[in-house]
Design a protein around this ligand. Sequence first.
Ligand SMILES: [Zn+2]
Length: 470
Amino acid sequence: MKEKELDQLYESEYQEVKYVRELNEYWNAYMYALINEIYVGIGINLGLKPDQAYKLAKEKPGSLQKAGFFKSIFDRFKGIFSYKVPKFRYKKKLFGDGRSMTDKQWKNFNKYLSDYWSKNTEDVSEDIAIKSALLGAETTEYREKKKPYKNKSLFQVEYDQFDGDMPSNIKQAYSRYDFNNSQKNAMAKSLSNIGMYITQTNNTLQEAIRQQITIGIDNNKTPTEIASDLYWQVEKNPNLNNEYTAESLRKNWKRIADTEIASVYEASILAPYEEEAMESMKDPEKAQYFVRTGGSCDWCKPRQGTLVRLVPASIINDSKSESLSSMGIKDPNTDVAIWNGKNNIGLKREDWMIACPAHPYNTATFTPIDLKEEYYNPKTDSVQKRQKKKKFVPQMEDYQAKVRKEEESRKPTYVGTNLVRYNNNLYEGVSASDYDRKLKEYQNNPQLPIPVNKTSPSYDRIFGEAEKNK
Ligand SMILES: [Zn+2]
């Protein structure tokens, strides 16, 4: 898909949930501010005075954010994030007597840039990924309790739900919360994707700066002109390959950030339902249904209200097929399966499946639906309670039973042939000769059950215990 088409899609999608929107907003602003600072630092290195360089960054053709814009965002989120944007000041001259630098000199500069970039992007990105995952889990809870949540701010969630101390890295999150396998996988996958994008952006920055300076010198441009080209060349010649300007770097980052936040957030929304979905393979009464809501582009609109059923990711053989019947599951309500991690990466638009996100910038979500009690209202694009004639009698919650149920789910329990669920993880007993192969498969795809060698002591421990609980 062309970048222009993607932007059109994006422009019509709007994230309804305020705290997710704000998370996006902060991350984008912070990354923009870093890119901005790097380009300002280059301008200064090329001979501009600092105020000239910042002014150049501010005098936007197009939609460059003003420096004040960053400040207002950072102020707004200062109770939650305290990441700084340090000055980018490379000491050696990139452009001295009009001659370009040698390869070795560029190498030194690239190292300085890489260090600055990774030092300042890694922590914040991990923080955002973890918060996205936790916010997905919060959303599930809000929906279950029918609390209004769409207008809650990130600040409110942080202070109301996390006592002002929401985890900011994976270590803290793991030590405080019990994640199941699919949530852990979603976070790990997200972190590795983000790591890759950070590296790609770093490479683009290096190429951009070197190319623009070299071309500038070849064309006898002044340092101001070169600095200006770095920002704005896209405006002067729209047909030019423009991936190297500050503007396009920012746009590119926004697409990455929005999509990545949506993926990990959505994975955490689905994760708590996976256990029931697993059990529904044996007991169809437990089937977990969702409807696809939100997403306002041409592709999403006609798909609002699509009823889908969650299946365990471990049963998916063909990740390009979403038909329940092709998986051997007969469901009277729908034939569309969803699973955690389902996506349309590498598929043409005409082959896109019902996923969230289904496309870059997508803000659609899966809303759980209890078919007996609820229905989908297309007018409001939301799930609502069915009207009952009967008088409403509030149900007493049996906490004892709830606690027992939770304890039960932690014990090793058989959920299929050679399959045991234990502590919210899924284990598969495999023969010693298959073990290495299975382990490799699992390492490549952590959605699969964790293989356990039948001759190992842990097999006796997990599967032996499960045998007793049969
Ligand atoms: Zn859409």
